[in-house]
Design a protein around this ligand. Structure first.
Ligand code: SIN
Length: 289
C-alpha cells in the first residue's frame, strides 16, 4: 500500500512480520460498517488472508449481520447449527469432554463442496487459559516457494475432495466412542466426491495457492494410489512447515476471519479441563479455478 493510502486509511491494520495474518482495530463490528471502511477491511483480508478483530463482544444478530456484510452465508452440512440460528455453529467443548477437539486436522472448510466457502468467521465466547490456539497455513507462499518444475507439474492437476473421512458412515466421527457436545451429522451424503484444481487462483488477488488437505482430499485424479499418496504427503509436509504457519492465540470476544481459498487451518488442543466456546459462520464462495 502507498504511504498516501495508508495515511487516509480509517482502520488500523497490524500485520504479522511476514504479512500472513493481521490484527484490525479501530472498529465496532456491532454496527454496519460504512462502505469505504468495509472495502478497507476486505482489502486487508485479501492482503493478509487471516484477520482478527479484538474486543468485539458481538451478539448472535451482530455476528450474522457482520458476516452478511462480507457476503451471503455459506451452507454448513454435517454439524447441527444453534437452535433458531441456522447459520451459526457453536464449537463447544466442555471441561470434562474426552472426545478430540473439533477441527484437529489440517483443512480448508467444506472444500468438498462445488462452491466451498470463501470465508469462515469464528467468534470466541469462552477461551481456555491454556491451549486452544488455531494454526493457519499460508497456501499461497507455500505454492510460491516450490520449484518451477514442481509448479509446472502441479498446475493443471485435479484433486478429489470428499467429507467421507470425517463425516462418512465409516468415518472418524461414526467410529467415535467418547461423548461429544457438538452434534455431528454422519451421513452417506458425506461420501460424495468433488474435483477441484490442485492449484487454485484467488479470485481477488489473482495469486495461486495449493488447494489440498489431509482431511478432505482423497487422491489426485489420474495417478496411482501410491503416486497420489506420495505427492500429497510431500505437499502436506511442505504446506505446514513452520515458515508458512501462524499460531493464533485467542482472547474472549475476538472475531477472526480467514480465507479458505488460500489457507488451511488446524484447531490445536491442550485445554482439557477447561471450557472453550466459539461461534462460527461461513460466507459462500465460488467454484475454484
Ligand atoms: C474449525 O473451524 O475448524 C475449528 C477452529 C477452531 O476451533 O479453532
Amino acid at each position: 500500500m502507498s504511504q498516501a493510502a495508508a495515511r487516509t486509511r480509517r482502520i488500523e491494520v497490524t500485520p504479522n512480520a511476514n504479512g500472513f495474518g493481521a490484527a484490525i482495530s479501530g472498529l465496532d463490528l456491532s454496527k454496519p460498517l460504512p462502505p469505504d471502511v468495509l472495502a478497507e477491511v476486505k482489502q486487508a483480508w485479501a492482503d493478509h488472508a487471516v484477520v482478527w478483530f479484538p474486543d468485539q463482544p458481538l451478539s448472535h444478530d451482530e455476528l450474522e449481520a457482520f458476516t452478511l456484510q462480507i457476503g451471503p452465508f455459506g451452507h454448513d452440512p454435517f454439524i447441527k447449527p444453534m437452535e433458531g440460528r441456522p447459520h451459526i455453529l457453536e464449537l463447544r467443548r466442555e471441561p470434562d469432554e474426552k472426545a478430540r477437539n473439533f477441527g484437529a486436522g489440517w483443512h480448508s472448510d467444506w472444500s468438498f463442496q462445488e462452491q466451498p466457502p470463501a470465508a469462515t468467521l469464528l467468534h470466541s465466547k469462552v477461551t481456555p487459559p491454556v491451549g486452544g490456539d488455531t494454526l493457519y497455513a499460508d497456501c499461497t507462499r507455500a505454492y510460491d516457494a516450490l520449484s518451477a518444475t514442481m509448479k509446472r507439474m502441479l498446475d493443471g492437476l485435479v484433486a478429489i475432495h470428499t467429507a467421507a473421512l470425517p463425516y462418512g458412515t465409516k468415518g472418524i466421527f461414526a467410529q467415535e466412542k467418547e461423548e461429544r457436545t457438538m452434534k455431528i451429522i454422519v451421513s452417506k451424503e458425506a461420501e460424495k466426491t468433488c474435483p477441484h484444481p490442485l492449484v487454485r487462483t484467488h479470485p481477488v488477488t489473482g495469486r495461486k495457492a495449493l488447494y489440498v488437505s489431509p482431511v478432505y482430499t482423497s487422491h489426485i485424479e489420474g495417478m496411482s494410489p501410491d503416486e497420489s499418496a506420495a505427492l500429497l504427503g510431500f505437499l502436506y509436509t511442505h504446506m505446514t512447515k513452520d515458515e508458512f504457519v501462524y499460531r493464533h492465540r485467542w482472547q474472549p470476544n475476538m472475531l477472526t476471519m480467514w480465507d479458505n481459498r488460500c489457507t488451511l487451518h488446524f484447531a490445536d488442543g491442550g485445554y482439557d479441563g477447561h471450557l472453550r466456546v466459539m461461534h462460527r459462520t461461513t460466507v459462500g464462495g465460488d467454484t475454484p479455478v
